[in-house]
Unconditional design. Structure first.
Length: 555
């Protein structure tokens, strides 16, 4: 009798609930707190694998299929770059894909693992935010701030379970900001945790880099130049530097191996070869529209479309009030000796200013997902403002013996609500993906290519990708790789699919994923075989002589 992770969801859920209850009840005992937290993490990890392994298979396409292909490469240690960008370079690093990879592999290479891990990362970010707030400030401040963030998640269905690389870094960045406020008040041991969340956000989407870099520099400078520091900051900085080196090992290795590689391409794009961006006025208009997202009736989860601005004057007015209140709160709390609350308001203010300014660096149109992230910044700002308002209210008196337990329970209620919202999102998003009928063409194309290869003795096809067929190609390449078949892509597609799919000269057939126009041209050529005709996707193939022999004798 062999053990399987399938079918153990209910016992895992009960175990996680018991671990959470123990964590709440025994919070003041370090040994029990660590044990229950470790048990909760272990049971949660098993739950992720259980869900993904037992879920109905999902066929991904477009950006999600490219991400799944990158996760597949990460399971083999063959990925050194981050998500692909529409501008031809990659985002700074593959940390997100390596976080997903072990769960993806344990779940049998099922796409559902990506959605489950995305939910886990978002819930982990909220838990860390709540934990830091509970350590550093009052129960009322903690509950108010977390409640606003949970309300934001509720306002945007499917957000918490989205594996898209433009969505995943958002709550990680908010966790980075909250932890950085704690580090700035002297919690040096949290510096490494701050850099973990900052690296995840920055590597996954470069638009978060300005906020992460500037806030990190400010925090480290505060630690180094703080007056009357009782403990030297250098041991914590040294430990954090080693963590940072580990997190950035893959992109740095890629840069060293390729004469600067992707990191150099990013530097050229944003630094030495700046293109036409946007005016500061544009940045303020789009930024204000995003910051007011949580109170806008049209807030929705974006997937890369264009933005139609409405109510811009009101959005700018609301942003001005928000920024002004953050400045007042920061000054008042710092003067009153509330160092964490004051620094959190200051960090939120700085992050807001940098995030709005960074929109002026966007090339071409400012897309909706670039504006959407500012809605989360606005939610954190409103949480900070609401918490400051709540602190001004008279304290509610509770019996001394009941207050600590009541406070811990109160702090867990918003997290429990976030988990419920997240599981709703997980079910909704995965169910939606399974209902997409267009994905059947990807499966049919893969089957056609595989059957052709078996019938013709093709060992390594060269995949040529026609106009607008990259989304289908990602799904086909993923399945070819999972089936054990080697494949390469033509040079124009190597940038998207990485050097792992670069042609090496031993390809013995060319397979074209074509649209109708290209298919019409190909079918008239001698030796062409039509493998699939399923509009709008067509698959054509032809044998080709390898450019070099697979084995070479001595010269």
């Amino acid at each position: 009798m062999s053990f399987s992770v399938r079918g153990y969801l209910k016992p895992l859920a009960w175990g996680a609930a018991a671990a959470a209850a123990l964590l709440i009840m025994e919070w003041r005992r370090p040994a029990w707190r660590r044990f229950s937290a470790a048990a909760l993490a272990a049971l949660g990890s098993l739950g992720l694998v259980n869900f993904a392994a037992s879920a109905t298979p999902i066929v991904t396409d477009a950006d999600i299929a490219v991400s799944e292909l990158y996760v597949e490469l990460a399971t083999k240690g063959q990925l050194l770059v981050g998500p692909y960008s529409r501008f031809g370079w990659h985002h700074p690093g593959p940390l997100y894909f390596y976080l997903v990879a072990p769960f993806y592999a344990l779940a049998g290479h099922q796409a559902a693992a990506m959605y489950a891990v995305a939910l886990a990362l978002n819930l982990a970010a909220l838990v860390v935010i709540a934990w830091v707030l509970a350590r550093e400030t009052s129960v009322r401040t903690t509950v108010t701030t977390i409640a606003v963030l949970v309300f934001f998640a509720w306002r945007v269905p499917r957000f918490l379970a989205s594996p898209w690389t433009a969505h995943v870094p958002i709550l990680a960045t908010l966790a980075f900001l909250v932890v950085s406020a704690a580090v700035g008040t002297g919690r040096r041991r949290l510096l490494a945790l701050m850099l973990v969340f900052g690296s995840l956000a920055m590597q996954t989407h470069v638009s978060f880099a300005p906020v992460v870099v500037i806030v990190s520099a400010g925090v480290v400078a505060t630690l180094v130049f703080a007056r009357h520091a009782e403990v030297s900051p250098w041991p914590a900085i040294n430990a954090a530097a080693w963590v940072l080196a580990l997190l950035w090992l893959a992109p740095v290795s890629e840069a060293l191996a390729h004469g600067g590689g992707n990191l150099a391409a990013l530097w050229r794009f944003f630094g030495s070869e700046p293109g036409a961006g946007h005016s500061l006025r544009d940045a303020i208009e789009y930024g204000s529209y995003g910051l007011m997202g949580i109170v806008r009736p049209d807030l929705e989860l974006p997937w890369g479309g264009h933005v139609d601005l409405t109510g811009v004057p009101w959005a700018i007015l609301g942003t001005a009030i928000e920024v002004g209140l953050l400045a007042v709160i920061a000054r008042r709390d710092l003067n009153a000796g509330r160092r964490f609350e004051g620094r959190l308001a200051l960090v939120a203010l700085a992050a807001t200013a940098v995030a709005v300014w960074s929109l002026s660096r966007v090339r071409d149109d400012i897309l909706n997902h670039e504006v959407f992230k500012l809605s989360a910044f606005g939610a954190l700002n409103l949480g900070v403002i609401g918490a400051a308002a709540i602190r001004g209210l008279p304290a509610v008196r509770m019996r001394r013996f009941a207050a600590p337990l009541v406070g811990r329970v109160a702090c867990t209620i918003p997290i429990a609500a976030a988990a419920a919202i997240g599981f709703r999102d997980l079910d909704s998003l995965t169910s939606f993906e399974r209902r997409q009928q267009t994905h059947s063409a990807i499966v049919a194309a893969f089957s056609a290519v595989r059957d052709y290869a078996l019938a013709e003795g093709v060992r390594k096809p060269l995949i040529r990708i026609g106009p607008d067929r990259w989304g289908d190609a990602a799904g086909v390449l993923l399945r070819l790789r999972q089936s054990g078949m080697s494949a390469a892509v033509t040079n124009p597609s190597v940038a998207m699919f990485t050097e792992a799919f670069a042609a090496t000269g031993d390809e013995d057939a060319i397979v074209t994923l074509a649209d109708l126009d290209l298919h019409r041209d190909l079918r008239e050529q001698p030796g062409n075989a039509v493998l699939l005709s399923s509009p709008p996707l067509f698959v054509d193939a032809a044998r080709m002589a390898p450019a070099r022999s697979e084995s070479r004798g001595p010269r």
